[in-house]
Design a protein around this ligand. Structure first.
Ligand SMILES: *Cc1c(COP(=O)(O)O)cnc(C)c1O
Length: 360
C-alpha cells in the first residue's frame, strides 16, 4: 500500500457551489476565479466542473492559453493583465481579455500592431490601493483606450478590500459609482463575500473564488450555513500509536508534554504535504470520524493526533485533515491563517482522486 495521504476532489460540489453563486446573482454572468491552480484544486479539472460559467479569471496569460488549448470557449481574464509586450499577440491570438491597471500597460497596447482587438477590463482603484487607476487618472486612460485601435470591448472592474468584514463595501462602491457615473460599460466588482452579502454590487459580472471551492470567506458564517459543499477533502491514516506517560514528550522541540497518560497517533501528513506547520496543539482533526486535536509540532511528513478519547483508533484508522466533516476554515483559524492559504498550499506530492458522483 502506498503512503496513505490523499486529496479527494468532489467535482459535483464545484458545480453545486457555482449554482449557489448563480442563484444569489441571477442577473450576472459568472467569471469563475481559478487562479492559483484553482485554489489548489487543479485548474483544468476545476474549469471542466465549472464549464457552466461564462468566464474564467486566471493569473497568468499562459493559463489562459492552456484553457484555450483545452477547448474552453468562455471569456478568459488574467487578473493582473499582461506584463510585457510579448504577451500581447498571445492575448489577441487566443481571444484572451486583459485587466489593464497601469499606464505602462496602456503605453504598450498603443505601441503594438495586433492581428485582432483585445477586450479590456479597466481597473479602478476605489480604495484598496493594490491595483488600478485613481478616480482622477481614470477619465484620461478611458479616453486613450477608446481611441486605441487594439482595444475591443471595455468592462470596468474594481475590487473590495473589506467585503468579508464588518467595514463592508460602502465607501468603495460609492467611489466606483461616482467615478463611473453616466458611463454604460459593463462592470465587475464582486468577489465571493460580495456575491454573498451585497447584491447592490453584483453588476454584470461576478467574480467568485473561494465560495466555488466550498469554503466561507467570512469568520462569522460557515460554508454549511451558506449552503456550500467542500470540494477538497484531505485524508490520511494513523501509521503509529504511542502511549505517553505523564511528563513524556511528542515530537520536535518537545512542544507537547503529556500532563496525563496520553495515547498519541502519528499521522502520515506534514508540512511538506501542505499542512500548516504553525498549527498549534489543539488544532481540530478527525480520527475514525471523531473530532479530536493535534498535538505538538507538525513535522515535514507527520503530525500527531490525540487518541486518548478514541480507544478504537489504531494503526490504519482513517484521518481527515480538512474537508468533508471538518471545514478547512476551522483548521485555518486554529493555525492563524485562512482557508484560502491551506487549499492553495496542497503539495504536488499528495495523490489526488476525483469523485464525480456526489448528489446535488
Ligand atoms: C482572487 C480574486 C477574486 C476572488 O476572491 P474570493 O474571495 O476568492 O471570492 C476576485 N477578484 C479578484 C480581483 C481577485 O484577485
Amino acid at each position: 500500500m502506498p503512503r496513505p495521504i490523499l486529496a479527494t476532489f468532489d467535482l459535483a460540489a464545484l458545480t453545486h457551489n457555482l449554482g449557489v453563486a448563480r442563484r444569489l446573482a441571477p442577473n450576472a454572468k459568472v467569471l469563475a476565479v481559478i487562479k492559483a491552480d484553482a485554489y489548489g484544486h487543479g485548474m483544468l479539472r476545476a474549469a471542466a466542473a465549472l464549464a457552466g460559467a461564462e468566464g474564467f479569471a486566471v493569473l497568468r496569460v499562459e493559463e489562459g492559453v492552456a484553457l484555450r488549448e483545452a477547448g474552453f470557449k468562455q471569456t478568459i481574464l488574467p487578473l493582473e493583465g499582461f506584463f510585457s509586450e510579448e504577451e500581447l499577440p498571445l492575448l489577441a491570438q487566443h481571444r484572451i481579455a486583459t485587466v489593464l491597471h497601469d499606464t505602462h500597460q496602456a503605453d504598450l497596447l498603443e505601441r503594438v500592431k495586433l492581428p485582432s482587438k483585445v477586450d479590456i477590463f479597466l481597473k479602478l482603484n476605489t480604495g484598496m490601493n493594490r491595483l488600478g487607476f485613481t478616480p482622477e487618472a481614470f477619465p484620461a486612460v478611458l479616453q486613450r483606450l477608446q481611441a486605441c485601435p487594439n482595444v475591443g470591448s471595455i468592462t470596468l472592474i474594481s475590487h473590495f478590500a473589506c467585503a468579508d468584514e464588518s467595514v463592508g463595501i460602502a465607501s468603495q462602491l460609492e467611489c466606483f459609482q461616482r467615478t463611473t457615473q453616466g458611463l454604460s460599460f459593463p462592470r465587475s466588482l464582486a468577489n465571493s463575500a460580495t456575491v454573498l452579502r451585497y447584491p447592490q454590487a453584483h453588476a454584470e459580472w461576478v467574480r467568485p473564488g473561494i465560495m466555488l471551492y466550498g469554503a466561507s470567506p467570512f469568520t462569522d458564517e460557515t460554508a454549511q450555513e451558506i449552503g456550500l459543499r467542500p470540494v477538497m477533502t484531505l485524508t490520511s491514516r494513523v501509521i503509529a500509536v504511542q502511549n505517553l506517560q505523564v511528563g513524556e514528550i511528542a515530537g520536535y522541540g518537545g512542544l507537547f508534554r503529556a500532563e496525563r497518560p496520553t495515547r498519541v497517533g502519528t499521522v502520515a501528513c506534514g508540512y511538506a504535504d501542505g499542512y500548516p506547520r504553525h498549527a498549534p496543539t489543539g488544532t481540530p482533526i478527525l480520527v475514525s470520524g471523531k473530532r479530536t486535536r493535534t498535538l505538538g509540532r507538525v513535522s515535514m511528513d507527520m503530525l500527531f493526533a490525540d487518541l486518548t478519547e478514541i480507544p478504537e483508533a489504531r494503526v490504519g484508522s482513517p484521518v481527515t485533515l480538512w474537508g468533508n466533516g471538518l471545514p478547512v476554515e476551522e483548521v485555518a483559524q486554529a493555525a492563524g491563517t485562512i482557508g484560502y492559504e491551506l487549499l492553495c498550499a496542497l503539495a504536488q506530492r499528495v495523490p489526488v482522486v476525483e469523485m464525480a458522483g456526489g448528489e446535488d
